[in-house]
Ligand binder design. Structure first.
Ligand code: HGY
Ligand code: MN
Ligand code: MN
Length: 404
């Protein structure tokens, strides 16, 4: 039998489906994310919330006390964009649960004891422009407006053009210290991206920390030529260096306890079967609790890629796309969530979130909801209808404790 949270989520089921990859492809500021954002705005407006789109493309839906004052607000929400071929829950579950938690709180109170805002952050995955948590990084000052304006997607669409299409003025983006100075707490609910709760037999957890993590882009330039007329000893093949780079990431991470290293995106240009590539690209993702270990891994990997480039006569260019140190969520906020949810275990995570970025400017915390497969960033990601509702009730309970 379905539940109110699952029913809300079901309304999004057809938006951004990816028939080629399976799952959902909802790139930041793209059509699917914009359609989801409109759906959220309609849901919030229908509930009488005061909706605004801020200068960085973050949506705020306000439930205000009789005074109308916004100071000291508690905020909750997540994102609606996805990775390519992603699941239906990573992001949307937190947004839908925020709407459901509001419904539960409103059933019990005519006005909130503190202002409450439901929030939706754009381009959390960074799948389109390469920088994760783009909206929250801009708002918190972790990303400069100039860097954001310099970004473009794989099709060459610039961030400014995409922003304008999404109703955001690219010349107005930038840090919002005054807006965040007034925020009392931010709680993000998220589908668990792992099997912790499944193994513990619990539906909801309180978040404790996020691993340090970063992303790098490597461009390798060789000499394009004919596959049939170029002798092996005459080649400068960037795809050979790409192969070494993939193994360098894998082996460095395998040899370091608790580290994670991933290459999920690569490219050979021009990309013909009978053509020696002129350029290859890969993007890799490194994670570890200790950021100095991430930096050591990066050094090791860079060393190996440069040596391979030397051997093959290829030029190697490495660029850091993003980096986040380990995040430990606000201790008081976490204690309040634990007190409000005494059965909930405390779990750390290897996944980045807007709550991790905003932890630098406001007290933030997270709640995770059981995902039986533990899989995420793939179509198998999910939670049961019952657990989705239990998550919303837990979020409402946590928010109520914070709003007192
Ligand atoms: O990549 C991450 O950890 C998150 O899903 N954006
Ligand atoms: Mn994700
Ligand atoms: Mn997410």
């Amino acid at each position: 039998m379905s539940t109110p949270t699952a029913d809300l989520l079901a309304e999004l089921a057809e938006i951004g489906r990816d028939p080629v990859r399976g799952g959902y492809s909802r790139p930041g500021l793209g059509e699917a994310e914009r359609e989801l954002r409109s759906w959220f705005i309609e849901q919030a407006t229908r509930r009488g919330l005061e909706v605004e789109l801020d200068r960085n493309g973050i949506v705020w839906a306000w439930w205000l006390p009789a005074s109308g004052d916004r100071a000291g607000a508690v905020i909750t929400g997540s994102h609606l964009d996805s990775v390519p071929g992603g699941g239906a829950y990573d992001g949307p579950l937190g947004v839908v649960s925020a709407l459901r938690a509001f419904d539960l709180l409103r059933e019990a109170n005519e006005f909130p004891a503190r202002p409450l805002a439901l929030v939706v952050f754009p381009e959390e995955e960074g799948s389109r422009f390469g920088v994760p948590c783009l909206g929250s990084r801009l708002a918190s000052g972790a990303l400069t407006p100039e860097r954001a304006r310099s970004l473009a997607d794989a099709d060459g669409v610039t961030f400014p053009d995409a922003a304008r299409a999404a109703g955001i003025d690219p010349d107005a983006i930038g840090p919002d210290p005054e807006r965040f100075a007034d925020i009392h707490a931010f709680v993000e609910l998220h589908v668990e991206q792992g099997r912790g709760l499944e193994d513990l037999g619990q539906p909801v957890a309180v978040g404790s920390s996020i691993l340090a993590h970063g992303r790098w882009h490597v461009a390798i330039r060789g000499r394009g030529d004919h596959a049939g007329t170029t002798r092996m000893q005459d080649r400068q093949d960037p795809v050979v260096v790409l192969a070494d780079a993939i193994l360098a990431v894998r082996e460095a991470a395998e040899q370091t306890p608790e580290a994670r290293g991933t290459v999920g995106r690569l490219r050979a240009l021009p990309g013909g079967t009978n053509v020696i590539a002129s350029q290859s690209d890969l993007w890799f993702d490194l994670r570890h609790r200790d950021e100095s270990v991430v930096r050591q891994l990066l050094e090791q990997i860079t060393e190996r890629i440069r040596a391979s480039g030397e051997r093959e006569g290829c030029a190697v260019e490495l660029q850091e796309e993003s980096f986040s140190g380990e995040v430990r969520f606000d201790a008081d906020l976490r204690a309040q969530l634990e007190a409000a949810l005494p059965d909930a275990p405390v779990l750390d995570t290897g996944a980045g979130h807007d709550a991790g970025v905003l932890a630098g400017v406001i007290p933030t915390g997270m709640l995770y909801v059981r995902n039986p497969s533990g899989t995420s960033h793939a179509p198998d990601e999910g939670t049961s209808d019952d657990d989705a509702e239990v998550g919303s009730v837990a979020l409402a309970t946590g928010l109520e404790a914070l709003m007192r």
